[in-house]
Write a protein that binds this ligand. Structure first.
Ligand code: EPU
Length: 342
């Protein structure tokens, strides 16, 4: 039986911990629930939106219509051979617990994405990534309800149109409701890690042989050192994307700022470290009226509990403006407005 709550406060369901009243709210624990909820919304002429782990959203103070909170659970091994395993993971599973499970089983491919907050169903939306790996490298297909065609569909990796922190799910806002993802992980591949901070950390451990578990533990240590735990300090992870600029603009910037941090990106541009830009505008550690910039990582905005989303957005605008004034680089906000705008 579907239970619908009225005027539900989502403060505990968004990691920035802003007050947000959902006009109608229900939890979805299976595909049948989802269909019932959509029928309910249609019968009562309500709009609807899907809330996953709430770790990458900027919630409005009032959320009209029906909010569907995804809680579908299940981890299944679909196929395996000596080299690979194919997994089907339901949308409501916790991402970090999935990573832990894969490492316990010695399945390789997502270990550097440890401690990314949120649920599996949201992972394809912004193609989550960390320390040189992205979801798109292991994702086989996504199962979703297509709100346009009004049927369940399976999208393979190329149909998901993955790019840096982007996908078809992000671009066609509201069209798909993801119910499960299939991932292919490896059993016997040599452990690799491309990211310098990870290499340095593991090198300093002087291990005879580096295992998946070592990589997982290293990522957990590095992340917990510089990124705040949302249960202790309210935040939504990286607040801005790392901007991609042309090589010529990068060369120009290097003349004025020799220490600027940039790496070649897949699309012939240079990906700048937004954290470095914000840091060099002097924002690190800023805190006023309950919103601020995390002292250990300038890319993370925080909320200390007595402020409003409007004040956080004002701070984000001020940061964007100062970065533009100093470096002529436009920052783009990474978390999604909830409900989606435009
Ligand atoms: N930097 C500074 N000052 C800062 C922050 C960073 O100078 O306050 C410099 C660092 O010295 C470093 C560079 O900027 O040289 C890059 O910083 P970092 O290695 O911390 O990575 P990032 O680019 O800031 C990205 C992802 C993270 C992911 C890390 C590790 C984005 C928007 N963010 O951060 O993702 O964990 O790389 O791979 O791509 C997330 O999305 O929530 C997230 C944490």
């Amino acid at each position: 039986m579907l239970s619908i709550e009225a005027n539900k406060n989502l403060i505990a369901l968004n990691t920035l911990a802003f007050n947000a009243i959902a006009e109608h709210f229900t939890c979805i624990s299976c595909e049948a629930d989802l269909l019932k909820a959509l029928q309910y919304a249609q019968a009562h002429k309500l709009g609807y939106q899907v809330l996953s782990g709430g770790s990458n959203v900027l919630v409005d103070e009032f959320i009209p219509g029906l909010t569907l909170h995804m809680q579908m659970l299940g981890r299944e091994v679909l196929e395996q051979c000596d080299q690979q395993v194919l997994l089907r993971i339901s949308a409501g599973e916790n991402w970090h617990q999935l990573v832990q499970w894969s490492v316990e089983n010695n399945w390789q491919g997502i270990e550097t994405m440890a401690l990314i907050p949120g649920l599996v169903g949201a992972s394809p939306v912004q193609n989550i990534g960390a320390y040189g790996a992205e979801l798109k490298d292991v994702l086989v297909q996504v199962r979703a309800w297509d709100c346009q065609r009004k049927e369940f569909v399976e999208l393979d990796n190329s149909q998901c149109q993955f790019a840096y922190r982007d996908s078809v799910f992000k671009r066609s806002k509201g069209r798909y409701i993801i119910t499960s993802v299939d991932l292919r992980l490896h059993k016997q591949q040599a452990v690799t890690f491309k990211y310098q901070a990870l290499k340095d950390y593991l090198h300093n451990q002087s291990l005879a042989k580096i295992t998946l578990k070592d990589v997982f533990q290293a990522v957990c240590a590095i992340r917990s050192d510089k990124l705040p735990d949302p249960l202790k300090v309210s935040n939504a992870g990286s607040f801005f994307k790392n901007p991609i600029i042309s090589p010529s603009q990068f060369q120009q910037l290097q003349k004025d700022f020799p220490k600027i941090v940039g790496h070649p990106s897949a699309c012939a541009g240079v990906k700048l470290a937004a954290g470095w830009l914000i840091d060099h505008c002097g924002w690190k550690g800023y805190l006023e009226s309950g919103v601020g910039v995390y002292p250990k990582q300038a890319l993370v905005l925080i909320h200390t509990g007595e402020s409003s989303i409007g004040q956080l957005m004002q701070l984000a605008d001020d940061i964007k403006q100062s970065v533009f004034d100093k470096f002529s680089v436009q920052l783009e906000i990474e978390p999604q407005r909830f409900p989606a705008t435009g």
